[in-house]
Design a protein around this ligand. Structure first.
Ligand code: CO
Length: 133
């Protein structure tokens, strides 16, 4: 079902400071930046080999990432796995009794199709499925 880790997402409260951190301390270069209103975030993507490191900053304190930071602080937010057929993956997971946040794919950044899987029923890990177009 899973072909690779597409990205690892980190919740940050100050996107500019976090971009500076990953640029200056870790030597990564920013490849993509996008506001995703649907998810209430502004994101920054750094290519890391065959995958990405994704920084997510909340657009408002009441957005899901805003609430996450208030509850758990900054840090690891989710892991995104790439799949070839997201509808099939969602249907297989549902049959296995996994709790889905998105029963149907929606549009993610970079024109991808994405869906989130609830951490409950997945050993505490929030997972995003990504299908590239
Ligand atoms: Co993501």
């Amino acid at each position: 079902m899973l072909s690779k880790i597409e990205h690892i997402a980190l919740a940050v409260s100050d996107l500019e400071a976090a971009i500076d951190h990953y640029t200056q301390i870790w030597g990564l270069s920013l490849e993509h930046r996008e506001t995703v209103e649907d998810q209430g975030v502004e994101e920054a993507m750094f290519r890391l080999g065959d995958s990405y490191l994704q920084l997510l900053a909340p657009l408002s304190p009441e957005s899901p990432v805003g609430r996450f930071i208030r509850r758990s602080g900054e840090g690891l937010h989710h892991i995104a796995y790439e799949v070839d057929d997201i509808e099939q993956a969602l249907s297989d997971l549902k049959k296995s009794g996994v709790t889905l946040i998105d029963e149907q794919p929606r549009t993610g950044s970079r024109g991808t199709k994405i869906a989130f899987v609830h951490p409950k029923g997945n050993l505490g890990l929030l997972v995003e499925l990504v299908q590239k177009s």
